[in-house]
Design a binder for this molecule. Structure first.
Ligand code: CP3
Length: 331
């Protein structure tokens, strides 16, 4: 994740010329960024260069990426009437440029490197629409769900339906796995997760009918990991706040796990990176179904050579590149 983010000189150079949204809309630049990142760090899979927030434009919102401030979405959703009035999103039309980007990227990426498509999960997207951007406490989102459960349900249903269409389109365009990002769900209590989120996320996973392997991403999910896992996904992503062995006990041996290096470790030195990498691999104990990954995205200030070194270490310590076992039709 954020493999082509701002820590990469190649990416920053392209970004100097082209605004972020324009980049996402340009299939050949998207392909170039995705492929360059994969080739440079030699990861075993590539994630399409795009963003979880582009879909808000399908609902008629204005989306801007403000330098230094992150994303901004206007107008913000406030009332039951705002939610009732949301148009039906047509992501197959409004996000057709993502499908083109996927096709072009698939053509230029090495054949044995799976391409991952993605979308935001309903809760994380709803929180952006209600907060208007990043939030330190999610109080508007939590107030709305607690005050007006009915409108919250309508909103989550509308987002889930659009997300399903969008992800099906990505699979049709050629992605070989899907990652659903519920990045901010860890701000909820176990009860809030169960009551306001789980069923909506489950609808998205169920509708995809296992056409490709599905990865369920969240952070700070340890207090409700069982519910999070039951919402769906063949692979459950966990961050550094939970031990892999503990997570596996909760999730059960049937599912794969992705994680869980603390991204901040990549800003330390090679010794520390090696120590943490060995520790995580030891904890996974060579069992099938471990995808080594960070618990969250690469931080912008991370030295590129540390990311390259990490991938080399994982390959070396785990006995060779890309020990991908058959996990589904696309692998
Ligand atoms: O790894 C990749 O490069 C793949 C593409 C990718 C991006 N965003 C590109 C991007 C992916 C998989 C995402 C997902 C995404 N976007 C998430 C889920 C993952 C996570 O981080 O939890 C979320 C929450 C977003 C929303 C978003 N988009 C934020 C919060 C920001 C600002 C980030 C910041 O640090 O300023 C973005 C913009 C964004 N998306 C950038 C990139 C490379 C930076 C844009 C720039 O060049 O200025």
């Amino acid at each position: 994740m954020r493999q082509a983010g701002r820590y990469m000189e190649d990416y920053r150079k392209v970004r100097e010329r082209v605004p972020f949204k324009a980049l996402c809309r340009d299939a050949s630049l998207t392909a170039e960024i995705t492929v360059t990142a994969q080739e440079k760090i030699k990861a075993d899979a590539a994630i399409i260069f795009s963003d979880i927030l582009l879909i808000v434009e399908s609902f008629g919102f204005k989306l801007d990426y403000v330098k230094g401030d992150g994303p901004s979405i206007t107008p913000v959703l406030k009332s039951a009437a705002d939610i009732e009035g949301l148009p039906t999103a047509e992501p197959r039309q409004t996000l057709a440029y993502v499908f083109q980007a996927i096709q072009e990227t698939r053509r230029s990426l090495k054949a044995d490197i799976p391409l991952i498509g993605f979308a935001g999960a309903p809760f994380t997207l709803a929180s952006y629409l209600i907060e208007g951007g990043a939030s330190g406490n999610f109080k508007k989102t939590k107030a709305l769900m607690a005050r007006d459960e009915r409108s919250w349900g309508i909103l989550m249903d509308k987002i889930a339906a659009a997300t399903v269409e969008f992800l099906k389109g990505q699979v049709d365009a050629g992605v070989q796995a899907i990652q659903l990002f519920d990045s901010w769900v860890g701000w909820l209590s176990p009860e809030q997760y169960q009551k306001y989120v789980q069923a909506h996320t489950k609808k998205v996973f169920d509708a995809l009918e296992s056409r490709v392997p599905l990865i369920h991403f969240g952070t700070q999910t340890a207090p409700f990991l069982k519910n999070f896992s039951e919402a769906g996904g063949d692979v459950i992503s966990v961050d550094h706040r939970v031990a892999l062995s503990e997570a596996w006990k909760v999730i059960g041996g049937e599912k794969a796990i992705q994680g869980n290096l603390d991204p901040a470790v990549l800003c330390a030195d090679l010794k520390a990176i090696e120590r943490e990498t060995r520790r995580i691999l030891d904890e996974a104990g060579g069992r099938p179904g471990h995808i080594f990954n960070l618990g969250h995205g690469v931080l912008p200030e991370t030295p590129l050579e540390n990311v390259i070194a990490l991938v080399e270490m994982v390959h070396e310590f785990s006995g060779g590149a890309c020990r991908v076992r058959r996990a589904g039709p696309a692998f």
